[in-house]
Design a protein around this ligand. Sequence first.
Ligand SMILES: [Zn+2]
Length: 313
Amino acid sequence: MLSAAVFKTNPFYKPFVIACFWILFFFLTTSSPLLAGEPTRQPVIAGSWYPAEPAALRKQITGFLENVKTSPQVENLVSIIVPHAGYRYSGQVAAHGYRLLENRSFQTVVVVGPSHRAVFKGVSVYDRGGYKTPLGIVPIDRKIIEEIKQTDPGIRYVYKAHAMEHCIEIQLPFIKMLLPNARLVPLLMGDQQYETCLKLADTLARCIRGKSALLVASTDLSHFHPYHEAKKLDARVLQRVEEMDPVGLYSDLKKGISEACGGGPMVAVMLASRLLGVNVSRVLFAANSGDVTGDRSQVVGYMAAALWVKSKK
Ligand SMILES: [Zn+2]
């Protein structure tokens, strides 16, 4: 007590307290993620897979969206399936899915993709300070992420999964342009076993039911087959999606009758969508890299699809 009294009589006491107050205020209002040890994930494919310069990026995405001539009448959109190659290759296909977000509002976008670089069991969720894009930061949805982790404690943040992964980042400029205020739940599947898909679907359905949330499955289709062979493989995926048959899709992928690097995320999102009452599933557009580059010797397939609830009248 004595030392406190001595301290208070010090002529520098008042300015010291005022300075502390302002320093604390500054940190809490401008740098709270830093205090919490939550760095923003920096983009790793800006400037290569999509433009890093904001005006050029906006222009390219606007062009893609304008090129989408027809979109179906969608009532309660629940999910979209979109590709994740560089915009030069699959941006136009992705735009067919993202076009449905025009004049819609979702508070949260849950992106589920496959881990291309890190091998791990189960599912990783990035629960730090947000994903930076050239169009601004997409903040994470801390509340839904906490609910997901509580529902399935096996879902945790695996640093090596998100650090260099492209399949979530590539979606974000579209999301930032069309839903500028949306929050993100970034999920990566380290394994694509049916049990993992089923568990994730159940968790997602529980955690987003009744909320303003869109599910996004990030996947490309067949890889590096000649054009006509790829078309055949991809047609099988398209059919399973149109039939809303995630079990059949998983079985085909397992047997090698069809291919999709994000097969697990697609199956999980379809299963979750079914739990959320989806009764319509439509392929909006499909193409492959041969359609863009003209090189049909080895192509990668892409698809955009939408799943929604059509009310029974
Ligand atoms: Zn992929």
